[in-house]
Design a protein around this ligand. Structure first.
Ligand code: NAI
Length: 344
């Protein structure tokens, strides 16, 4: 069931952790520790079945290996999923912390979907291998959302320069899907830079408030992926780029933070075939992990973290140029580079 699972990619280890009294059921997948301890957040989620949870852990941990390597961090890749079966109690979070501590520093956690910086504080009662804790202003660390948003903004600028030949966002039309911690920050930055925004979020109140504040146009969530615009920016769910949705896109660029945007590897070739420039998700959305790792390693003032996030722009520019030169899809170029960096 495990070694022949479709998403098993010679993961170094997959740990199943339980603590019935605390209500804990978790999977901690270590894809690679080639570059350092496996770093990647923990997702708190309700899964249809155990196989779906395992698939998520396997895919997300491999993605973290790629992301951390491409961001030039001295970390490997891992990810944890914690089953959302009952209440998220302190006892459950502490039990999860003990499971991490038992791995002796080979896995370092942080927040992901369903986990907050406050939750990290509870996990930290049981392990020191946790990051993304709330911090005072100025220091590296804390909620990674704003850092991720900054990385997406500069990465999108590289895409706009490459594809549209423009150095700024004045009048560039961006359709944004999801206006949460990351998407909201991307929208703010783009509006300040003079972009024209069309936005959608399942949270109607959130979309309404943001649209009013930034002068953005709102559309129903079912329409955001077919808006005629320069850029589509996915900042909500993964797997939104499918055969059907790619065929319906009416943009020159896809650049956003959502993890695992391509539903299947074939979709990278499809988007390339349509002449749409795709910014590989794990390259453009690395701002948060850059911030979180600086906090964990205890090295990195806000200025050096900002410089590392700014480096996402030239890194993507290089991938776009190499993809053009080789005729390869951008995601394939990035995957090949990442695999070299993790010794695969
Ligand atoms: P969030 O939970 O703060 O925001 C997500 C937003 O998307 C919410 O406002 C939600 O209402 C909305 N949404 C959900 N389904 C939608 C749909 N079908 N259509 C339109 N809107 C929808 O999450 P966050 O932190 O902003 O993350 C967004 C994406 O970026 C996720 O895929 C996450 O995995 C990824 N990501 C986040 C990082 C971070 O630092 N927070 C780092 C790297 C990736």
């Amino acid at each position: 069931m495990l070694f022949d699972a479709p998403d098993f990619d010679a993961h170094e280890a997959v740990h199943f952790a339980t603590d019935p009294r605390a209500g804990l059921k978790a999977i901690i997948a270590l894809h690679s520790t080639h570059r350092g301890p496996a770093a990647g957040g923990c997702r708190y989620w309700t899964y249809a079945d155990d196989a779906a949870a395992l698939t998520d852990a396997l895919r997300l941990s491999r993605g973290m290996s790629y992301k951390n390597a491409m961001a030039n961090l001295p970390m490997g890749g891992g990810k944890a999923v914690v089953f959302k079966d009952g209440a998220k109690t302190d006892a459950l979070l502490e039990a999860f912390g003990r499971a991490i501590e038992g791995l002796g520093g080979r896995y370092v956690t942080a927040e992901d979907v369903g986990m907050s910086d406050a939750d990290m504080t509870v996990i930290a009662r049981a392990t020191k291998h946790v990051s993304g804790l709330p911090v005072a202003g100025g220091a590296a660390g804390g909620n990674p959302g704003p850092s991720t948003a900054e990385g997406v903004f500069v990465g999108m600028r590289a895409a706009v320069r490459h594809k549209l030949g423009r150095d700024d966002f004045a009048g560039v039309h961006v359709a944004i899907q999801g206006l949460g911690s990351v998407g909201g920050g991307v929208a703010e930055r783009l509006a300040a830079a003079g972009a024209r925004l069309t936005v959608a979020d399942v949270d109607e109140a959130r979309a309404g408030a943001l649209a009013a504040r930034l002068g953005a146009k709102r559309v129903p969530v079912a329409e955001i992926m077919t808006v005629a615009a320069d850029v589509f920016s996915p900042n909500a769910l993964g797997a939104v780029l499918t055969q059907d949705s790619i065929a319906a896109l009416d943009v020159a660029i896809v650049a956003g933070a959502a993890n695992n945007q391509l539903a299947t590897p074939a979709d990278g070739a499809r988007i390339h075939g349509r002449g749409i420039l795709y910014a590989p998700d794990y390259v453009i959305n690395a701002g948060g992990i850059i911030n979180v790792v600086a906090e964990y390693l205890g090295r990195g003032d806000a200025a050096s973290v900002a410089a590392d996030i700014a480096a996402i722009e030239p890194r993507l520019a290089a991938i776009f140029a190499e993809a053009d030169a080789s005729g390869q899809p951008t995601d394939a170029m990035a995957d090949a580079q990442a695999r070299r960096l993790i010794g695969r």
